[in-house]
Design a protein around this ligand. Structure first.
Ligand code: HEC
Ligand code: HEC
Length: 212
């Protein structure tokens, strides 16, 4: 019975993801994106999007539709908090037009991502188990079902996670949990992290670093 319930949770989550189809596509101009990336973003995300600061995400190789969506989500409408509430990035996106965002997203999508570095080996096994199999007891679905077994994601909407800094990944899982990040359509990620322990979040973040 438990198994059937869990299968239902996964299927519901998968369908809620599919409902994302039809969101903005992106066919930005990578050359124009590069100019802004070099001038404004490189200080924190590096020239090619391979940030070396663990709290700043690696943008290289990420799907353009996902990146453009994040940039839009950092913008707040007048009077309401941004769907992805982050003061640093909010100030970065304020001067950007929708075209700028699509151009930036196209630029980073074309850059080759560098492999990540693990800082806590002892968590890898638990992280791997969660990533590939979830945790049936708490109805946590396998991350691989949406982000793919090798962490490359499923374009355009399921982001690439492979090789991302563990500190950044953990910060996002916590942001989904605390509600400062609520830009996941149908609360997919928010509902998953609400059932994860802090130890599980740390472990899966370390494991994601090892994916290529
Ligand atoms: C002062 C440092 C800083 C600068 C400059 C900066 N960023 Fe960021 N960026 C961050 C941090 C920190 C985060 C994580 C925000 C969070 O926790 O939500 C982030 C997150 C992002 C994300 C989300 C990535 C993901 O995987 O969801 C994108 C996209 C991004 N930045 C693009 C840009 C672009 C484009 C520029 C230049 C216009 C830029 N950033 C400039 C620090 C910076
Ligand atoms: C049912 C599909 C689904 C499953 C299962 C799933 N995710 Fe996600 N995840 C998403 C979607 C969709 C987004 C993008 C949300 C958005 O647009 O910002 C996302 C975003 C993320 C992000 C943010 C990436 C970034 O660059 O900021 C992280 C981290 C993440 N997921 C980790 C996980 C982990 C860990 C698991 C397993 C415990 C998992 N996800 C399971 C659908 C899923």
């Amino acid at each position: 019975m438990k198994l059937i319930e869990n299968a239902a949770v996964v299927i519901t989550l998968l369908f809620s993801g599919l409902a994302l189809a039809g969101s903005p596509s992106t066919d930005g101009d990578a050359e124009k994106g590069k100019e802004i990336a070099m001038g404004v973003c490189a200080g924190c995300h590096n020239a090619d999007g391979n940030s070396i600061i663990p709290t700043n995400p690696i943008l290289a190789g990420q799907y353009a539709v996902y990146t453009a969506k994040q940039l839009m989500d950092f913008k707040s409408e007048e009077g309401t908090p941004a769907k992805r509430d982050n003061p640093v990035m909010a100030s970065m996106v304020t001067p950007l037009s929708q075209d700028d965002m699509q151009n930036l997203a196209a630029y980073y999508a074309q850059q080759a991502p560098q492999p990540g570095m693990v800082s806590d080996e002892s968590l890898i096994n638990l992280g791997k188990q969660l990533y590939n199999g979830g945790n049936l007891e708490n109805s946590i679905p396998a991350c691989s079902s949406c982000h793919s077994p090798d962490g490359k994601g499923i374009p355009p909407h399921y982001p690439r996670l492979a090789g991302q800094h563990a500190a950044y990944t953990l910060s996002q899982l916590q942001a989904f949990r605390q509600g400062t990040r609520q830009n996941d359509t149908n609360n997919t990620m928010q509902s998953i992290v609400s059932r994860m322990s802090v130890q599980e979040m740390k472990a899966v973040s370390e494991f994601i670093t090892t994916l290529k």
